[in-house]
Design a protein around this ligand. Sequence first.
Ligand SMILES: *Cc1c(COP(=O)(O)O)cnc(C)c1O
Length: 391
Amino acid sequence: MRFATKAIHVGQEPDPTTGATIVPIYQTSTYTQLRVGEHKGFDYSRTINPTRLALERQLASLENAEYGTAFASGMAATDAVLSVLSAGDHAVVSDDIYGGTYRLFSRVLQRHGLEFTYVDMSDLEAVRAAVRPATKLFWIETPSNPLLKLIDIRAIAALRDAGQIVVVDNTFATPYFQQPLALGAEVVVHSTTKYIGGHSDVVGGVALTSNRELYEAIKFAQNAMGGVPGPQDAWLTMRGAKTLAVRMREHERNARAIAEFLESRADVVRVHYPGLASHPQHELAKRQMTGFGGMLSCVLAGPPQRALEFAGSLRYFSLAESLGGVESLISHPARMTHGSIPPADRERRGINDGLLRLSVGIEDIDDLLEDLRRGLDAVPVTADSWDSVRP
Ligand SMILES: *Cc1c(COP(=O)(O)O)cnc(C)c1O
């Protein structure tokens, strides 16, 4: 079965009790047992719920994984995956990660005795140098947020020397464009809040793997820690995921056109999009991904204030955090999504105050281009401020 078919059929068999074509929302916390211990496989909804199970099967099939475990948020999924480590264990983490992931690692899990080293994982020597005897896990986000840097998943998987686990946060690329398990990773994590849900109306997360032992450990954490999605949220996510293939094709087509438009403007200093020939890792993107996704970021010419004014002036790009919905969004990472990273760290990672991130939606491309053109023209670069940013 191929991708678009799996999205619509796996886990979506007619309901066994009524024949309902669409998986029902099983809004129940508990299940009546016939005799003590004798039930239909369902005992308590933190442990197992038929709506959630349908979502887990659907999403596992999209990543070509054997097992899926759904969570109340992407962060709950990340936390559950990290719970397979113990105090004293060490993880090597890409340095350009989602701000909330950095916050969880540096402000919660580090206090619990885990150790993290953040490196530019596009530099394989730096990754090798960061590995210690206690290293148990590599955490990869590719393409990264917000700079759209790529990490060679296959190369990281190949440099392991002691069976460390490779985890990929595949939220940006989605399984439609990137299949990390086939490239050697053990676990894929998603914030399903983004492209998988796809409509900015539900928060969720998922962890996917084909490794039985890791699945058991993550499943144990799901039940023991309890970060599960309710049946309504599971159902909304499942409905969204059915159209992932069509949406991703449109997101990409629009993003590509916008990246080319921005690159053609003299008043835009830089565009980060893996689909552009100018992207330093364009060749890796072509090798590792089957498409380049709907996210891009750019640095406008002129002072940071110009970027802020532009971002607030657009008609179709809502100034908002998050990404991956059908509607276009624009954000200012330094002040919004990455605000929890200390300024010095942020600057070192290239997230400067002039950077804008676009989540390109699936509106009509001509409306989006008109909006961006109008917005840029409304904040012209003055001669002196121009000099301050042009190389
Ligand atoms: C949003 C996001 C997360 C966190 O997911 P939530 O659903 O908000 O908890 C993790 N990783 C990436 C790349 C994200 O964009």
